[in-house]
Write a protein that binds this ligand. Structure first.
Ligand SMILES: NC(=O)c1ccc[n+]([C@@H]2O[C@H](COP(=O)([O-])OP(=O)(O)OC[C@H]3O[C@@H](n4cnc5c(N)ncnc54)[C@H](O)[C@@H]3O)[C@@H](O)[C@H]2O)c1
Length: 418
């Protein structure tokens, strides 16, 4: 079988990650074209995948102006730049893998879903958490009825203090007008995951949350505008020098250091901290997204779930409890502990136990698990491989928008919008 051909739209952090699947499995996928305005990132993709010059574009619109040149488009542009390319590539007949969120609001999401359905193209959204070994194991356990009827679920997203500072205070997702609310840009994965696990439609939602800490009023006495010239940097856990230069010293050149500069050397990182957004004081950036939020959801049949997004944690996997009529599951992103009411016994499952070290099993398998299934769906023209297709993704995105409305208005929003 010939490899599935891909055009990567947006060769930034995520586009590059998905393209790695093609390097690892050249017999299954091949990157044949790229659209990326930043020359260094475009060149990196061209060199890595031997893309001919005439197939390297500065803008997705240049690709969309041509006849279809690949089987599928991997759209990994920034959040507010998803709807237009998704609709355009669907109209051209491309299978589409679209980064989350589909769109910043319900109308955009509906436009994308309409376009893919109208054109009958394969479509998946990068809800990578659905594709991990851990998730698949837990879902199989719940579907098998091992804890009886699921009554409730509790999930914590420990964002991590420095990850919050990097992405949601200094970085791309700090400002609602530029990207979207935290619940959409970060936690849409979690509400999608909860929805997937509960396995029934949601009916009502409420939410509270605010930007508590990363505000000018909270700046310590003597804090400067930038970490490189700050009198209190040594005692600040959010110091950019601590986050990036220490990571570099430990040999990390990928995320998050690679986000600052395509060539992460000490000099380049220092220059980025002096002049770029990632060197700003966390108390003086133009961020407005919440740093903590809770969401309560009612599901069909009176089932309930709660979700907490919290910036002020060590960065670690999400933690989940699922409560059933015959038992309980507790998961930490790798291990699942199952307590059975009848036997009073607990067994622990290591979802990484048979990981074979390949990229498909690494890091829980999410990014490449997604690519594995998407590429298979395109090769076989079979949507069943895709776990995050148009309908289920639209439903969980609508839950996110409803929860955010509930937080803003301090009320309860039902799935019928009443
Ligand atoms: N699924 C996940 O777990 C996950 C994780 C992180 C980010 N994301 C999402 O992935 C998307 C991309 O995030 P990222 O971190 O890779 O961002 P990024 O900024 O590194 O990459 C986006 C790229 O799009 C390029 N671009 C801008 N205009 C373009 C145009 N007209 N045509 C083609 N390319 C264009 C940019 O130059 C940039 O390189 C975002 O929507 C983000 O929310 C998803």
């Amino acid at each position: 079988m010939k490899p599935v051909t891909l055009v990567v739209v947006g060769a930034g952090s995520r586009g590059t990650t998905y393209a790695r699947f093609a390097s690892a499995f050249p017999e299954r996928a091949k990157v044949v074209a790229v659209a990326e305005p930043r020359e260094a990132y475009r060149r990196a993709m061209v060199d890595k995948h031997h893309i001919p010059p005439e197939k390297a574009f500065a803008d997705w619109r240049d690709v969309a102006a041509q006849a279809k040149l690949a089987d599928a488009a991997v759209i990994a542009t920034q959040d507010h730049m998803h709807v237009e390319p998704a609709a355009a590539f669907a109209d051209l007949g491309y299978a589409i893998l679209l980064e989350k969120p589909m769109a910043p609001g319900p109308e955009g999401c509906r436009r994308v879903v309409d376009a893919v359905k109208r054109n009958n193209v394969l479509f998946g959204v990068c809800h990578v958490l659905r594709y991990t070994r851990y998730t698949q194991q837990m879902k199989a356990m719940l579907d098998s009825g091992v804890i009886g009827d699921v009554v409730g679920l509790q999930r914590l997203e420990p964002v991590g203090f420095w990850h919050m500072a990097h992405s949601f205070v200094r970085g791309n997702w700090r400002n609602e007008a530029e990207s979207g609310p935290m619940l959409l840009t970060k936690s849409c994965h979690d509400l999608d995951w909860i929805h997937y696990m509960m396995g029934v439609p949601w009916t009502a939602v409420s939410s509270f949350g605010s930007l508590k800490h990363f505000r000018a009023e909270e700046a310590p006495e003597g804090a400067g505008e930038r970490c490189v010239a700050c009198a209190v940097a040594a005692t600040c856990p959010y110091s950019a020098e601590r986050i990036y230069l220490e990571a570099l010293r430990r040999g990390h050149t990928g995320w998050p250091v690679g986000v600052l500069t395509p060539e992460p050397t000490q000099e380049a990182v220092l220059a980025a901290l002096r002049d770029g957004p990632y060197g700003r004081c966390v108390y003086r950036a133009d961020n407005d997204v919440v740093d903590h939020q809770i969401v309560s959801v009612e599901f069909d049949g009176g089932r309930t779930a709660t979700f907490t997004m919290m910036a002020f944690t060590k960065m670690r996997h999400r933690e989940t409890h699922v409560f059933g009529t015959r038992g309980e599951l507790v998961g930490d992103g790798r291990f699942i502990r199952h307590y059975d009411f009848l036997t009073d016994k607990t067994r622990e499952i290591d979802t990484e136990a048979d990981a074979d070290g390949s990229i498909l099993s690494g890091h829980g398998g999410g990014d490449f698990g997604l690519m594995d299934r998407f590429v298979r769906a395109v090769a076989e023209q079979d949507p069943q491989w895709i776990l995050s297709g148009p309908d289920e993704t639209l439903a969980s995105h609508l839950l996110v928008f409803a929860a955010e409305d509930a937080r803003r208005d301090g009320g309860v929003v039902t799935s019928r919008g009443e």
